[in-house]
Design a protein around this ligand. Sequence first.
Ligand code: HEM
Length: 208
Amino acid sequence: MPQTRTFLNDIVSSPVNLALVALICYFSYKLIARTFAKAPSASDPKHRKIEKMPRRDFTLAELREYDGLRRDDGRILVGVLGKVFDMSAGATFYGPGGPYSVFAGRDASRALATFSVDAKLFKDEDDDLSDLTSSELSNVKEWEQQFLEKYPVVGKLLKSGEQPTNYNEVLENEVASKLNAISTAISSKSSSGSGAGDASSEENKKEL
Ligand code: HEM
């Protein structure tokens, strides 16, 4: 085996060759690791794609069900300052075993305000946060802003006795008022092109 020995000697004696061999080993390992890596399983809540949820409001008790564990879909909802966020996309943070799993299915306002994950901070009654300092309140408002940029809001977190919003009605009203605005715009356009008198009526409108 003299040829093999010279080849090995060549590699060991030159730092450049050694570095090349190390690089080849590293990239081969990466390639093999990637090839054999387990594909994310559909049942793993951290990789599961969850459909957008229709708008609705929640009581504190209803929210509890959405802790990423109790429901088959693994959905995670978190209440912050009266809003309910769908944080399912952040399952690595809020899902079972995640660092902030205590927030899942809960009103997390107090914990966010005080920068704590203490389970005692999550109450089963309304929390009006009236004892918080202004800096704690501004902490939680900052978190809320951050979440608004990252997670969809599903609806309101209802105070006890508060009635849920009928979002179908809200949607119908929104559509109706948009249609109204469109038809007003169309009719004012068509009448503005139909005679000199109309120009003054436009002026009158401006004065009004
Ligand atoms: C030693 C203490 C802590 C460390 C080192 C730490 C570290 C981190 C890191 C690295 C992230 C990820 C940032 C990103 O990728 O966007 C994060 C996110 C976060 N942390 Fe902490 N954290 C700590 C304590 C806390 C505490 C006490 C709270 C309680 C309010 C908290 C609440 C959060 C929240 C809400 C997020 C955002 C997750 C999201 O984007 O949905 N962290 N933290």
